[in-house]
Design a protein around this ligand. Structure first.
Ligand SMILES: *Cc1c(COP(=O)(O)O)cnc(C)c1O
Length: 355
């Protein structure tokens, strides 16, 4: 079914790099893009010749189905550079498998593995100068696929475009988050698309998140849609609770995204003999633990920030502030993961992938 072999990407190089116009000390996340982009079209039941061209606007018909029915999925991954100048990815095969799992749920054809890796590594080697050395600096990589067929009948498209664009990201200090536990709105339901990185999952969160922002909370911790009694995830991050010395996180399901950072946090915690429980986490037990002082930490886990510590939460009008800790699990685990990503420590699970 694959039409061409690997090593056959059509490449058009940009005439002049834009890198010298970029202020790497003042990067705003997701606003600056590297010199090149990868794309591949699906036409007549086949993925066509993959291409790398200078980063530029694309032409698409207003009737393209993605605009009308939201057939679009994406991934988020990062590239890192070590002190020797070698570039690395972190568990990229998991991103590859997940984008196809997401695609299948939205009736989008799967993308071939050779094209994914050939495209990714060729693009990263071309734009390698955009990955800066230094722990925490990275290149955020965004693979995505969307329905391009110009036809507004409500059925899956026949044509798609797969693309990869890249954006340099700085190691940034983020203030601790204040979060609201969801009581009314939901991001996903049983049998739905919550496990997929579907573009529409994000659109659906914006309105309730705006309401939370107005109350002084940056994010919502989503609860199960049936009862709102169990804490599920943060919508861009999975979520961990530390009660005494035990880390607790919800099991993945068709409502929760199977985060690569989440999996890595669980493994790193176990490697350091921390107790981890993967089980449903109730709002009630977390409020009780906060009230009696056994709740030590809450943190989010996702590719963009790796770990995001949470300072406070609100539920049902009750506000709980979390203590400042000297021996925070969040910061220790973040450091372990960053060291593996930046080739600064042993990689005993084989997570690093040399570009
Ligand atoms: C991407 C994402 C995460 C985090 O997944 P990682 O693989 O760790 O980046 C968590 N929840 C949702 C809904 C996401 O889309």
């Amino acid at each position: 079914m694959t039409k061409i072999s690997t090593n056959e990407i059509d490449i058009v190089k940009s005439e002049k790099s834009r890198i010298n116009d970029v202020d790497f000390d003042n990067l705003v996340f997701g606003r600056t893009f590297t010199d090149h982009m990868f794309y591949c079209d699906y036409v007549d039941g086949e993925w066509q010749q993959p291409k790398i061209v200078p980063y530029q606007p694309i032409t698409i018909e207003p009737s393209a189905r993605v605009f009308h029915y939201g057939q679009a999925v994406f991934e988020g991954m990062k590239g890192y550079k070590d002190d020797n100048g070698d570039a690395w990815l972190f568990r990229p095969n998991d991103n590859f498998e997940r984008i196809n799992k997401s695609a299948a749920r939205l009736a989008i054809p799967e993308f071939p593995k050779e094209y994914f890796f050939e495209g990714l590594t060729t693009l990263l080697n071309m734009d390698k100068a955009w990955i800066k050395k230094g722990k925490g600096n990275s290149l955020y990589i965004r693979p995505f696929v969307f329905a391009t067929e110009p036809a507004i009948s409500a059925s899956p498209a026949n044509n798609y475009r797969f693309m990869i664009i890249c954006s340099p990201a700085k190691a940034y200090y983020t203030a601790k988050l204040r979060v609201l536990f969801a009581e009314k709105y939901s991001r996903s339901a049983n049998g739905g698309v919550g496990f997929a990185k579907a573009a529409g999952n994000y659109a659906a969160q914006f309105y309730p998140t705006n309401l939370a922002n107005k109350k002084g909370y940056q994010q919502i911790i989503w609860t199960d849609a049936n009862t709102h009694e169990y804490l599920e995830e943060a919508g861009t991050m999975n979520i961990f609770f530390r009660v005494n010395d035990t880390l607790i996180t919800a099991p993945t399901s068709d409502r929760i995204l199977d985060g690569i950072t989440r999996k890595s946090v669980i493994q790193v915690a176990e490697d350091h003999n921390l107790k981890v429980e993967v089980r449903p986490v109730s709002v009630k037990e977390i409020k009780e633990a906060a009230a009696n002082g056994s709740l030590k930490e809450i943190f989010g886990a996702g590719t963009a920030a790796v770990i995001s510590p949470i300072a406070a939460f609100e539920h049902g009008g009750d506000v709980f502030e979390l203590p400042e800790l000297d021996n925070s699990y969040a910061l220790q685990i973040k450091d372990h993961i960053l060291n593996i990503q930046h080739n600064l420590s042993e990689d005993k699970h084989g997570w690093r992938f040399k570009v």
